[in-house]
Design a binder for this molecule. Structure first.
Ligand code: FEO
Length: 407
């Protein structure tokens, strides 16, 4: 755990967490940070206190000591969101102090009781304030379903700092640079993709609520955005607001000017056609990504499809249905409510077709509303005439994709 000063009386404590499945599902290739914030007036509050994934609070207490905060002097635990990466420390904190007040929304209060038993809770509503003294006044602004129904922003008026919890967050471990103005060009790109990974893996299902939360952030006079995961934006908070606005468009079919080939092959017949399609994309100068299932993680698969303006699904028929790893990937994308993508499918069949029927079922069951170019299926290995059809359809996708591109 490391500590950084955000402003007089406000510090961030941050730790990198790796080798976990986030939410027990998502393999996060580049880790994630857990950030908590200490606000000191005459009284002291901790916002979204974090501890090690193993629940051991010693590093938190040690770091509090190093910024002259005696853990026993903490008056308020502000729980912006009850998911345990933000609240998991409460039961441990109670071991050293029991006369503190948890500040949270009514929906969080119910979860406090069910997760941690009886606690002293003050429920806050939109615009309620907490005066810590010495000019530090916090106000509270619920942003339901970002990403649970209990979530709220905390805003510090003196420094115009928005403690945004999951909103405006990103996966990715932080090195020595934790503020937007310190990031190198490479680190900016890194956190943009880790932001996409985070949004698509964790947040995208709640895109309508995220749009409302973006508007709420804009309605506050924000100088610094301090999220629960990822860098702090103290110089250009508009950058992460714009990123999140763009991500919300990706969730509904827009994307970067790139194609993702989501594919799988049993014996190399479909793979031959993938090679051919790659050649066309290279010739046309189109950026593309290849995601082979089941080899690739769901985290990478969802993030890569999510950010692409065009999706090529390359998968054969397997036992009268769509090749199962690709079918499972599409189902996951559907569960995440990633809608409106422009897509094209091709694939091989042997003794029976059936992939197309299941593809349609997945798209309809999940109400994905994807726009498909007519599929190309071929018996066994692709022949010359099949490859010619593939070229026509890929070029059609490349042309239509222009309408979907958002920079
Ligand atoms: Fe960072 Fe929804 O937890």
């Amino acid at each position: 755990m490391r500590k950084f000063k955000i402003a007089d009386g406000i510090h961030m404590l941050t730790m990198n967490v790796e080798d976990i499945l986030f939410e027990g599902i998502w393999e996060i290739a580049n880790g994630v940070t857990l950030n908590s914030y200490i606000v000191q007036g005459e009284k002291t509050a901790i916002i979204d206190g974090v501890i090690g994934w193993d629940g051991v609070p010693e590093t938190l207490y040690k770091n509090l000591g190093e910024i002259d905060v005696d853990p026993k002097s903490v008056d308020y635990l502000i729980v912006n969101h009850m998911e345990p990466d933000h609240s998991g420390w409460i039961s441990n904190f109670r071991k050293i102090k029991d006369d503190f007040t948890i500040i949270c929304t009514d929906k969080a209060a119910k979860l406090v009781a069910s997760f941690y038993g009886d606690c002293n809770v003050r429920i806050v509503k939109e615009g309620d304030t907490l005066d810590l003294g010495n000019g530090k006044v916090l106000s509270f602004h619920p942003v339901p379903n970002v990403h649970w129904p209990d979530t709220m922003y905390t805003y510090e008026r003196d420094t115009k700092t928005l403690f945004s919890c999951d909103m405006f967050g990103a996966f990715g471990r932080m090195g020595v640079h934790c503020f937007d103005d310190e990031l190198t060009a490479e680190e900016i790109d890194f956190f943009e993709f880790e932001g996409i990974r985070y949004y698509s893996n964790v947040m995208t299902t709640f895109t309508p609520s995220i749009r409302k939360a973006i508007e709420k952030a804009k309605s506050l006079d924000v100088k610094t955005i301090a999220p629960g995961h990822g860098p702090v934006y103290r110089t250009n908070p508009q950058k992460i607001i714009d990123d999140y606005s763009r991500f919300s468009q990706y969730a509904e079919g827009a994307g970067k000017n790139e194609v993702t080939i989501l594919w799988g092959s049993m014996y190399g017949m479909t793979a031959k056609a993938v090679d051919y399609v790659e050649g066309i994309l290279q010739r046309e100068g189109i950026k593309y990504n290849k995601i082979e299932m089941p080899q690739e993680s769901d985290s990478e698969m969802v993030a890569t499809v999510f950010k692409s303006a065009g999706v090529i699904i390359a998968a054969p028929t397997y036992e009268y249905k769509l090749f199962p790893p690709v079918a499972a990937a599409l189902d996951e994308i559907g569960r995440k409510r990633i809608t409106g993508k422009l897509a094209f499918r091709f694939g091989s069949y042997g003794w029976s077709g059936g992939a197309e029927k299941e593809l349609k079922e997945i798209i309809e069951r999940n109400k994905m509303n994807w726009d498909f170019i007519e599929s190309v299926e071929f018996e066994g290995a692709p022949k010359e005439e099949d490859l010619a059809k593939l070229e026509t359809k890929v070029l059609e996708l490349v042309e239509k994709m222009k309408e979907k591109v958002v920079k």
